[in-house]
Design a protein around this ligand. Sequence first.
Ligand code: COA
Length: 258
Amino acid sequence: MENILIEKTENIAVVTINRPTKLNALNKATIQELNQAFKQLNEDKNTKAIIVTGSGEKAFVAGADIAEFAHFSVEEGEKLAAEGQALLFDFVQNLETPVIAAVNGFALGGGLELAMACHFRIASDNAKMGLPEVTLGVIPGYGGTQRLTQLVGKGRAMEMIMTAKMIDAQTALNYGLVNNVVNQEELLSFTKDIAVKITKNSSVAIAKAIQSINANFEEGINGYNVEIKNFGNCFGTEDFKEGTTAFLEKRKANFPGK
Ligand code: COA
C-alpha cells in the first residue's frame, strides 16, 4: 500500500492515512487502499477492533483531494461521490469489525466524513473539524449532509455546512460529534485502551449490535425488528454459550468469536 500504513498489535489494527505532505487528503488511490485494508482486516477474524488515524501531528485528513476533482464534469462528480460512498464511507459504517476514528488534527470535508462514518470518534485537543465544501462551490458528497445531521442535529449541521466554519475539539465534544478529547500525545493510547475493552467482548454480538444501531438510520427499515432478529440469532452462537456459561461459573468469558 502506498498511501496507508497498517500496524497490528495483538487483535487491534491501526490504519494510518499516510500522505502528510498533502495533509492526508483522500485521493482515489487512498480510497481504494482503505477499502482493501478494511476488507482484509474484517475478514481476519483475529482483528477485533480497528483504529483509523492520520500521519503527522497536523491532520487526520484535510478532505478529498481537491486537485483530483477540480476539472470534473457533472457525471464525473456524481460518480466520484457514489463510488467513494460505496467503497469507503458506507463500507466502514457497515463493517462488522468496530472502527474508531482517532482524530489527530484537521478533519475537514472528506476527512470529517470518514471520521463520521467510523463507529465513534476520539479527538486530540488540537483537532479542528468542519465541512468547508461550499467554499469550493460544492457540497459534502461522502455522506456528510446525512451523518453530520444524525450526529449533531439539523440546526448545527445546517450552520456548520453553510458557514463552512471549523469547530474545535471542545465544541465537537459539546456537540456529541466526538466521545472524548485528550492530549495529542495520549490520543492513540487512550483510543487503544477503549479498543482493548471492545476486544474482550463477543465480536459476534458486537457485529450484530453495529448492524442493529445502523438500522435506526436506514430508510424503510424497522430497527426494532432488526434488533429482535439479531437478538434471537445471538442465541445460536458459541459466544452466547461461552458468555452465559462463564457468568454462571463465575469466571471471565473467553469468546471464540463464532
Ligand atoms: N486536497 C488536496 N491537497 C490538499 C488538501 C486537499 N483537501 N488539503 C491540503 N492540501 C495540500 C495543500 O495543497 C498543500 O500542498 P502543497 O504543499 O503541495 O501546496 C499541503 O496539503 C499543505 O496544505 P497547506 O494549505 O499549505 O497547509 P495550511 O496549514 O496552510 O492549511 C488547511 C491547512 C487544512 C486549512 C488547508 O490545507 C485547507 O484549507 N485545505 C483544504 C480543506 C478543504 O477544503 N477540504 C475539503 C475538500 S472537499
